[in-house]
Design a protein around this ligand. Structure first.
Ligand SMILES: Cc1ncc(COP(=O)(O)O)c(C=O)c1O
Length: 328
């Protein structure tokens, strides 16, 4: 490793467990499936962002920050975990949330409030467009803010998933797991990029299947975002060769409108809950599991394949989606 790796502030309970899902496999009629339980990272109901925040908080504290700012959707799991990380480190936290204030705070928004975050409403802007303006305002008021990018997805945050790839490799060798595919939700790209760089660095020969969650918007193509971040992170370990398109394992077919729960998500959430007693989330893991179920039904995998589904968390958002989840 190079010495450019940022300091790390421990926030998560690691390693997260891996459990087999035999009843779900049987219900779908496919190969064996395991689940990597990052919904159990432990920080105010857990999730994948905690891994990124360990490095982002390490960096923020090293820079002498007293305030974190980040952004996301009203039900952002990233914002909730950032608010919890800030509280755990004695920092102030400002969240710039898309939309307008709802009548009732629910799900992650309720938790943001309980965790003491200051909430700013940004209308159509949920991806941090307002962070620099707010940072300037806080600086003018004497604060030392640290800007956590949307989704925690920069080269610092992605380091959490380089480390996660090492964790998976250790678990595979200790417990005799020999997975063939790793399936996960991919949205701001940091989980995906960190895993790609980490799997290359730690020599993990798994096929990545990053299920693209958000429908492509007008900006930079998502594949390019993942490729650039993965290549930057890998280069920081001296692995200079850029990732080719075919290496990304980006599955674009299931991308949809952000935050809209359809029949696929509903089936996946219900099936996983009914067969295994495990709660997915309505926005990310519900859609990623719906994709996995569909790919199994379309015979994308062979019977001998051994799939690990990375549960990236988010069940706190279920409470804000009661109508969509229960109406039929
Ligand atoms: C539960 C959950 N899963 C997956 C993701 C996607 O991770 P990333 O933004 O690193 O692509 C997120 C991002 O917010 C999330 O909250």
């Amino acid at each position: 490793m190079t010495d450019e790796i940022p300091p790390r502030r421990q926030l998560a309970f690691l390693p997260t467990p891996i459990v087999e899902l035999p009843r779900l496999s049987a219900r779908v009629g496919g190969p064996r499936i395991w689940m990597k339980r990052d919904d159990q990272t432990g920080l105010a109901t857990g999730g994948n962002k905690t891994r990124k925040l360990e490095y982002l908080l390490g960096d923020a504290l090293a820079q002498g920050a007293d305030t974190l700012i980040t952004a996301g959707a009203v039900q952002s799991n990233h914002c909730r975990q950032t608010a919890a990380a800030a509280a755990a480190c004695g920092l102030d936290c400002h969240l710039v949330l898309g939309g307008t204030q709802p009548d009732e705070p629910n799900g992650n928004l309720l938790l943001d409030r309980l965790l003491g975050a200051h909430i700013h409403w940004a209308g159509p802007y949920r991806k941090g467009e307002d962070i620099p303006r707010l940072a300037a305002e806080l600086r003018a008021n004497g604060c030392t803010p640290y800007e956590v990018p949307y989704g925690g997805s920069n080269a610092v945050g992605a380091m959490g998933f380089v480390e996660a790839a090492r964790e998976l490799r250790v678990q595979m060798s200790e417990r005799d797991f020999d997975f063939t595919h790793v399936v996960f939700a991919s949205s701001s790209g940091g989980t995906h990029a960190g895993l790609l760089a980490g799997m290359r660095y730690h020599g993990l020969p798994l096929a990545p299947l990053g299920i693209q969650i958000d429908k492509e918007e007008n900006g930079e193509p998502f594949a390019q975002i993942v490729e650039r971040l993965a290549s930057t992170v890998a280069a920081s370990f001296g692995l200079e060769e850029p990732f080719a398109d075919g290496e990304l394992g980006l599955v674009e077919d299931y991308a949809g409108t952000y935050g809209v729960v359809g029949t696929g998500e509903r089936e996946a959430i219900e099936m996983t809950a009914h067969t295994e007693g495990i709660l997915l989330d309505p926005v990310y893991t519900g859609r990623a599991m719906a994709a996995l179920i569909d790919m199994i039904r379309r015979v994308h995998f062979s019977d001998d394949d051994r799939i690990v589904f990375w549960h990236t968390g988010g069940s706190a958002a279920l409470f804000a989606y009661a109508d969509e989840l229960l109406s039929r």
